[in-house]
Ligand binder design. Structure first.
Ligand SMILES: Cc1cc2nc3c(=O)[nH]c(=O)nc-3n(C[C@H](O)[C@H](O)[C@H](O)COP(=O)(O)OP(=O)(O)OC[C@H]3O[C@@H](n4cnc5c(N)ncnc54)[C@H](O)[C@@H]3O)c2cc1C
Length: 439
């Protein structure tokens, strides 16, 4: 088992002193207990899709690739319990077999369920929360090796904290999800003038189940995506295999990757190439089983930062970025993605107690991004933006405390459950403070 770890984007790496790959709950809890008794630290690994070092293990790494699959499923209530290392792809396949589905998902399905919820992974939809809002209960291994469960009725404070827990409170062993009968989504994707998209933003969010758009910094057009539920029993009309191959594999991955490499080699071409990509956008409409519409493959590697801002502040943030991004010294190859989510009650959720708009900025790997991301962080920070826990940002505990009303409650619970900092790593020390520091 490899002690060396690297994240998907290649921006973070760490070497653990040991790796445990549990197959049983007892192995999971005894690995944690032994590490804690030896004064060491433990981090669970997901699929490595966070852009930050949140998952980095410098002592014991828990590899959960053998800790997967559905434990129980109740088709009447829709409650499905899965082991923490199950990837979303595996989860969706299992749910398909059961005639069930996740209510909302993000852009890809490579993450593990525990990794996804732990950093606040979300999709889009003004009436829908992030993935952690679909969690009904968690089973956790705490720092002393004991096993506990939490839900809205059982240890509700732990439940409010641990659903987006950054791996700081314990190792999640199982996640119980509130699923629903499987459904078909109709997707409509088309280029539209950015001005019109912004003018109709509230209406688009209100009249579509899942609305989002991509903003190309040098182009006049945005790519809008509207995904809407079709009535139960509707047969899907998916894209043909040939069209999927051409549009997703060739155009969105292979051809776009080639454009990115050209732009990286000749930065002067980035703005015209960016305009070309935005004007070459095509319209497409299809319907499919929900998870096949929510998630696509991302083969072109990039770096990313994302902030949640109050929904009402989105126009102001975008206006500022539109004015300043084209003047950056280093051009930007990738479009920004704009999504929305409903307010929730999870302490460290980026949408805690506020309807949110998410702005995600990207740059092709190997191209300069610092100036762009710094500008983005200052613009989003000016309206109280909260950074995605799994995406690049520069904030520390002192600033984050001001952005999260229940931040100190989370830190206090962490101090109570993990006084020795068994689950800490340098990223958590930065964003939450050192484990032993009381608020
Ligand atoms: C191409 C790409 C697309 C993405 N799309 C989206 C998107 O659409 N929406 C969005 O919000 N985010 C998105 N992300 C970010 C991604 O969803 C998150 O960073 C997520 O945390 C990654 O999950 P993972 O399984 O790879 O976890 P990792 O990155 O490996 O780990 C994340 C955290 O979870 C912890 N963890 C893992 N397992 C456990 C466990 N059993 N118990 C306790 N803690 C645990 C880790 O210790 C770490 O703290 C994307 C990332 C990439 C690279």
């Amino acid at each position: 088992m490899s002690t060396a770890w690297r994240n998907w984007a290649g921006t973070e790496a760490a070497v653990a002193t040991g790796v445990s790959r549990p197959r049983h709950l007892e192995e999971l809890s005894s690995a944690v207990r032994a590490a804690a008794q030896a004064g060491g630290t433990v981090r669970a690994r997901g699929s490595g899709h966070s852009f930050t070092a949140v998952a980095a293990a410098h002592d014991l790494a828990l590899d959960l690739t053998n800790w997967t699959g559905v434990v129980s499923a109740d088709q009447d209530s829709g409650l499905v319990t899965v082991r923490a290392g199950t990837t979303l792809r595996e989860l969706n396949a299992e749910l398909d077999r059961l005639g069930l589905a996740m209510t909302n998902l993000g852009d890809i399905d490579a993450q593990t369920i525990a990794g996804a919820i732990s950093t606040g992974t979300h999709g889009t939809g003004a009436r829908f929360g992030g993935m952690a809002t679909q969690v009904a209960a968690l089973q956790l291994v705490l720092a002393d090796g004991s096993v506990t469960t939490c839900s809205a009725d059982e240890r509700p404070e732990l439940f409010a904290a641990a659903r987006v827990g950054l791996g700081a409170l314990g190792v999640i062993s199982t996640v119980t999800l509130r699923t629903e009968p499987s459904f078909v989504l109709e997707a409509q994707e088309r280029p539209e003038p950015l001005e019109e998209v912004l003018a109709a933003l509230e209406e688009n969010c209100a009249t579509n189940d899942h609305f989002e758009f991509y903003w190309f910094p040098y182009g006049r057009y945005a790519l809008t995506k509207r995904n809407n539920r079709l009535p139960a029993g509707t047969s899907p009309r998916p894209l043909s295999r040939a069209r999927r191959f051409v549009e997703y594999r060739l155009m969105e991955n292979t051809a776009f990757g080639t454009l990115c490499r050209v732009g990286r080699a000749v930065p002067g071409l980035v703005a015209p190439l960016n305009r070309l990509s935005s004007s070459a956008l095509s319209t497409r409409s299809y319907s499919d089983v929900s998870h096949r519409v929510f998630a696509t493959n991302r083969n072109v590697r990039f770096v990313e930062s994302e902030y949640a801002v109050p929904r009402a502040a989105l126009g102001e943030v975008l206006a500022e970025l539109r004015a300043r991004v084209p003047r950056l010294a280093d051009p930007v190859m990738f479009p920004a993605e704009i999504r929305v989510a409903a307010a929730d009650d999870i302490w460290l959720s980026t949408a805690y107690q506020r309807d949110s708009a998410y702005i995600a900025v990207h740059q092709f790997v190997g191209m300069p991004y610092r100036e762009y991301f710094d500008l983005f962080e200052s613009v989003a920070g000016a309206v109280g933006g909260r950074p995605h826990w799994g995406k690049m940002h520069s904030l520390d505990a002192a600033t984050l405390r001001e952005r999260y009303p229940r931040f100190d409650d989370f830190v206090a619970l962490r101090a109570e459950l993990d006084p020795a900092g068994t689950f800490s790593n340098p990223y958590l020390d930065r964003v939450l403070g050192k484990a032993a520091e009381k608020p």
